[in-house]
Design a protein around this ligand. Sequence first.
Ligand SMILES: Cc1cc2nc3c(=O)[nH]c(=O)nc-3n(C[C@H](O)[C@H](O)[C@H](O)COP(=O)(O)OP(=O)(O)OC[C@H]3O[C@@H](n4cnc5c(N)ncnc54)[C@H](O)[C@@H]3O)c2cc1C
Ligand code: FES
Ligand code: FES
Length: 1310
Amino acid sequence: MEAIKANTLRCPVCAVLHLPQEENLKNGVFMGTCQSCGHFFKFRCNTGIQSSITLTINGKSYTVGSEYSGSSSLNSFLRESRISTGTKYMCREGGCGTCLVQVELYDPVSMERKSYAVNSCMVPLFSCNGWEITTIEGIDSTSEKAVPKRLAQYNGSQCGFCSPGQVMNMHALLDFHDGSVTKEMVEDAFDSVICRCTGFRSILDAMKSYAEENNQKVPDIEDVHIKRCDRTGEPCKGCCHRQSSVLALGDVQWFKPTSVDELVKVIQQNKGKNYKLVFGNTGYGVYIELGQWNYDVLIDLREVQEMYGIDFDPTIVLGANLSLTQLTDVLYRGSNEPQFGYFKEMCKILSNVATSSVRNLGTWAGNLMLKHQHPEFQSDVYTMLETIGAQLNIVVNGETKIIPISQFLSQDMTDNVIVAMFLNSIPDSHHIRIYKVNKRNQNAHSDINAGMNFDIDVNQNYQVKSKPTIVFGGISKTFVHATKTEEFLVGKALGDPSTLKGALTMLAQEVVPDDSDPVLTSASFRKNVAMGLFYRFVLDVVGNKAASPFRSGALPLARPLSSGQQSYDTKPIEWPLTEPMTKVEAINQASGRAVYINDIAGQPGECYAEFILSTEANAKIQSIDASAASTVPGFLKFIAAKDIPGVNNISPPPIPSEEVLASDKVEFYNQPIGIIVAENSGAAGSAARKVKVTYTDIQPPILTMEEAIAKNSIFPKVADEFKLGDAEGAIAKSAVKVTGRIKCGTQYHMSMETQISICNPTEDGFEVYSSTQWVDGTQKAIAMVLGVPDSSITVSVRRLGGAYGSKITRNFPVAAACALAANAVKRPVRLNVDFHVNMKMLGKRFPWMADYTIGLSSDGMLEGVKMTYYSDCGISPADNSLAGFAIGMDNAYYCPNWHVIPVALKTNTPANTACRSPGSCPTIFIMESMMEHCAKVLGKDPTDVKTLNLYKKGQLTPSKMPLTYCNIRELTSQLLTSVDYENRKQQVTSFNQANRWKKKGLSVVPMKFGIGWTTANYTAFVAIHGYDGSVSITHGGIECGQGINTKVMQVCASTFGIPMDLIKVKPTDSLTTANSVTTGGSITSELCCKAVLHCCEALNERIAPVRQKIPTKPWKDVIFQCFSENIDLSERYWQVPNTPYLFEYNSYGVTLTEVTLDILTGQHIIDRVDMLFDCGESMNPEIDIGQCEGAFVMGLGYFLQEEIKYEQKTGQQLTDDTWEYKVPLAKDIPVDFRINLLKNAPNPLGVLRAKACGEPPLCMSCSALFAIKHAVEAFRKDIGKDTYFALDAPATVEKVQQSCMVDPTQFIIQ
Ligand SMILES: Cc1cc2nc3c(=O)[nH]c(=O)nc-3n(C[C@H](O)[C@H](O)[C@H](O)COP(=O)(O)OP(=O)(O)OC[C@H]3O[C@@H](n4cnc5c(N)ncnc54)[C@H](O)[C@@H]3O)c2cc1C
Ligand code: FES
Ligand code: FES
């Protein structure tokens, strides 16, 4: 009998390998029959072999075995088993945080189990043996201190999809710190969960309300427990009483060794096999091939106790199993010890690696191994350890070896393990700094990082005493040390200007960034910043020896704690109208009880669909071969364009037609060309990957607007040219002429719930749950592809997990594909689009570009504007807003002469679509850029030029709408006074004069936003239930976080005079609210309120006679009496617009933004934002403030951060993940965020005197871009290059730094 190889058993007769299952084991002896030859065999086995694990979730124990795949994640287990549907997921790569749960993990510092928030999507299910897990369902949601309740009370939940993640993050933080946290701790921890709706201020306020200042004990090194062995006195190796185990599942084996010796043995046994060591398993968030599903054998390091070791005496030894959080904790505690002050620098950089929840899971050793496997990885941990000269304890071929970190990358690590690191004391004469420059303040990989470690003799003009360390990450695969510069600097005095000059010359030769990866920032940016960081270090070392203005370059930006202020009017007499009240669904959302489409339990027999996507962007389909796919177990059906029973068109008329599946030609990379239906999502995915598609006539894709113009790739007749007066004549006569071009890019909506559809066949058609903002549109799209009457399709939506325009038409292909699949297999089908597919396959915000000529009087009055503006439609102009652009592009400024030429460009990218404020956001940005340009040419303060041209009451807009109620002048002057603009401007000027390398900028953006009701029909249906007087409402709007349900309830409660809790709002569906248009354009809330108001008023009239008869009786009795008298207690109203102008009314606002810019890196902090917004008589100021904040922050992402890149040759989208695409996080928002709703401002034209607010505030966030531009201008003034430049959006860190025109010759100290 062959001895067990610990993981597999070889049959002694036929030599076939078997995985031992637990049921075959008795008293350590395996007994079983060979599955191949039937031979019965027995053997003794020394290792505990299991086929299941046991974990505790919310206090209940679960045993899980091979009914789950060995590569399952904790998240899929929680959701599929329906133990926790409150735990969500979106990205499944650690980047969004919607999946956070709380886990009790071993903390080697306290030697106790402590609570950590972790990303359940990254935790392999089978590493959870013995774990205690708490999900959103397992926590208190009712008591005063309950986190869900607190989040809801602070209005921290809009669409609510992120809310369980936010709650679990805080819950774990509180548990970890026994309920005692500071505001700083809270703000630092809120880097894990994206919220696309709220703008974070309300979430931070809710969570900071737990902070008790000053009661935090500063931890120190004494509190680190170093457990010593009773026998040997050595630090505990943890292997005395533990038992290793092997977990054998159908497809994967999990080894759980408990000591390094066992680990080495397991590795030896699995040599040559497809195995992986696993600790946090977060590495696959960076390199997808590390996903546990790609391995046959997984070796779990969590039980290897020695690798948690922490020792301080005589050297510092830190085990490889310390998570990044635990490592930071240990270093922080040691940082006050003499000669270990450099730990503070390590802590700073570590706390900016990934997110707090990823740091809770991932180890420093795993991070180093990513660098080893991918030398191009911009590992902050590697740069840090290289800077401070750590040593590594590694096991090589079973032998322990200590190597300096500098040898690590060249060390063969095949079958080897990192066990620990050693750190040495470093004399305080060493100056150590570690820098990170990235796209976003939190959770963003370094574009470039750097570390410098110099032994300095301060008394010898800052002489470099020995060979220093200068390390850069993000330059290239091979570049680590600036060796020549290091050598050059030995013995040189940093206080001597010639040293700096010489070092920079040397550095310029050495630092040669690799420019081959198009997704990375440019080589010129990285080189410039690398040089700037070295200069920063020198300035820091020489301190006051540097001339005063240059000292501002010595330190990176430091962001203070953020805060917010809100002011608004409310009229208690009208309550519940105008009452600042929490959204009715907020507590359900925050406690995980709110049901989103993917939380709906599957019907019996439900199967899954998946798209097959093209891998060419501009080609003809030659053949599609799905034969290999059909061999995948669980495969059910392949559907191509030819299989569509109806028409291959998903656009309800009159929208231009669009194929659901490409029939002949593909026009963008990742266009859907087929659908796979399978028994489960895993099989659907595997089968989809096996479909082979060939192409002919492959043409280069057109990807940019410039290329489209050059190739005349234009959709004809999309919008008409617009003329008012004689723009050309006026410009010709103008004293000042300004000509230029400005561009703004695209934006991925990043709704946290991706597109999804569930389609259940019924006896009369199909019942559909779909992520749509337009129920009728989805119904029509499905009916068209199936070739059935619209009435066969019933679409229902309770809520969306974010939308922002992405679910108006971009849901159609998904809903239609899902219905095609359900029709093909005659079973219920679910199509939940994977986040990456969602990003690549579906269109985004339209990019824009304008070429303009402006005529001005010498004092700056606008006289004529001629412009051609281009909109990048992708492959279809269906959702474009060019027509509205032509007449709405004036923003808040009067000009008598306009000539506007719209051009719809066709590129080989997905059909673009509406995105929160699709027309006004680019229009206002373009107009503001033009005003900025005018001011520059005139040599005036842009605020003065803008103020001069603001509309006056009664003037006509280009669309001839009289501005009878225009208050933009009053708003602007009120804001400028309240923010003390003139003084602030003076302070900024003084700051800029005093500081060369940090600059401040201020910008004021006024706004007029047309609210159009044209073509906006919404149905509402109100039913009063005769028995108890409670009320049910359904309306044609879709609740996607904007609080529409709460507002209609307020209107209903106020009109009937009943309490809110008597009213319920039911899901929107295609029957009760038939023929309603899409939810969008900021108007749906108010128009649904209007429709509900009409219903309630009509019902009031009907009820009135009974009320008069029994005036003292309560509502319930009055209603019962009506019911008894056969009075119809239901009412329906169809809202039809009746507007003489394109816009019903205008919304006005003005925003001032102040920023500080770090010139050397291009990074910024938004110091303060003051928004004054006219919301009329806000129906619910709490909700409306939330809309203002959320919209503004989404706009900050658009104008400053979010960038989509394509591979130029193939047209493949490169930024299709959370690793590269960066929406704002909690530390990107204004440090001081003040939102003021204009007081005493009833809107005579609106519904119940209110004004819309979902989109307008977003349009003012370009003020941050202009404030940054002014900061750049201040620097360019210093260097004599203060010429006009266009700052296109997004003004990313890279773009801003490059517009500063920083040249290393400017890097001087005197
Ligand atoms: C969303 C996100 C953001 C991130 N941001 C940053 C960032 O800003 N900066 C940055 O530097 N990094 C960043 N990372 C990387 C992160 O730090 C690493 O994923 C993490 O440290 C890896 O540790 P782990 O324990 O999860 O490793 P695992 O994923 O478990 O393993 C990674 C690799 O290391 C091997 N391995 C693990 N432990 C050992 C060992 N002891 N000996 C030998 N091999 C071993 C594994 O076999 C595997 O090949 C980010 C990751 C994510 C998911
Ligand atoms: S789903 Fe886990 S982090 Fe996004
Ligand atoms: S409430 Fe946070 S994503 Fe919608």
